[in-house]
Write a protein that binds this ligand. Structure first.
Ligand code: G1P
Length: 290
């Protein structure tokens, strides 16, 4: 039913300079795995194998990451490093990945508009390339399940503390079940007093093809960019748009503090690091408590 995913990954990553001067922020590693690999894996785990990455200047490393590397494969094979060999080979086979370049940085809405010829008349998933969500059921799958019921655009949302609403797209609407809201308001990065709620857009969407018409009618908004949030507001005035309160923990890799926390969390999750890393952290905390 949802066969295609779009991963916007064209942003400049200015919040992460100088690390992102010569490499895409989506390639920032969580220990040994680039952020965007988690995102592609989430799409695949949700049954989607056709992925369009919206790339841009300086983003070639993403294409290389999901491509074959014959020299590296030959070396790993020669050295009998079978586990690594399989892992590296799998990256080129895990999904059918296409690329298109956003020619100018004009915002998330403009980036999504580049996908119109690829997704055509089908609804599609959007997964932001700098956001990882750790959950039992992949969040994209949670949205696909909701789409099966409501057949409308659906955004993933999560509650955020009041002082963080200005960092996100915020929605307001009517609760129609424990986890679903019928949305009447979308505001991109509102001031604390303008926010319609504390429900923030969490970087995952299902969009119906009407979104392209909405984007054509969306003027530049916050930061003088074409905002997907504003296009969703346009859509809301014409047809139902839902929000699904997600089950999962979101990590915004574009934010330094979140990035640091992600590495600690994922370090603790890894079998080989769990014990020695926990011991290190306990020692550190004791030192801090002194
Ligand atoms: C984008 C969206 C915003 C959303 C956020 C989630 O903002 O415009 O609505 O809440 O992603 O991470 P960005 O983080 O690209 O500024």
């Amino acid at each position: 039913m949802i066969n295609k995913a779009v991963i916007p990954a064209a942003g400049l990553g200015t919040r992460f300079l100088p690390a992102t001067k010569a490499q895409p922020k989506e390639m920032l590693p969580i220990i040994d795995t680039p952020t965007i690999q988690f995102v592609v894996q989430e799409a695949v785990d949700s049954g989607i194998e056709d992925i369009l990455i919206i790339s841009g200047k300086g983003k070639r490393a993403i294409e290389d990451h999901f491509d074959r590397n014959a020299e590296l494969e030959a070396r790993l094979e020669e050295d009998d490093k079978n586990g690594l060999f399989n892992e590296i080979r799998h990256l080129a086979e895990m999904a059918n990945i296409h690329y298109i370049r956003q020619k100018e940085i004009n915002g998330l809405g403009d980036a999504i508009y580049y996908a119109r010829f690829h997704t055509g008349n089908e609804p599609f998933a959007v997964l932001l390339g700098d956001t990882i969500i750790d959950s039992v059921m992949p969040v994209t799958q949670q949205l696909i399940d909701a789409y099966a019921q409501y057949r409308s655009s659906i955004v993933a949302v999560e509650r955020v503390p009041k002082d963080k609403v200005s960092r996100y797209g915020i929605v307001g609407g009517k609760k129609i079940s424990d986890t679903i809201l019928d949305i009447s308001e979308f505001v991109e990065k509102p001031g604390i007093n303008e926010a319609p709620s504390d429900l923030a857009i969490a970087g995952r969407y299902i969009l119906t093809p009407d979104i392209y018409k909405a984007l054509e009618n969306t003027p530049r908004g916050k930061n003088n960019e074409i905002q997907l949030t504003d296009a969703l507001m346009y859509q809301t005035k014409r047809e139902p748009v839902m929000a699904s309160i997600i089950e999962g923990v979101r990590y915004d890799i574009g934010n330094k503090m979140d990035y640091l926390k992600t590495i600690v969390e994922y370090g603790l999750k890894r079998k080989e690091f769990c014990d020695p890393f926990s011991e290190f952290l306990r020692k550190k905390i004791k030192e801090l408590d002194k």
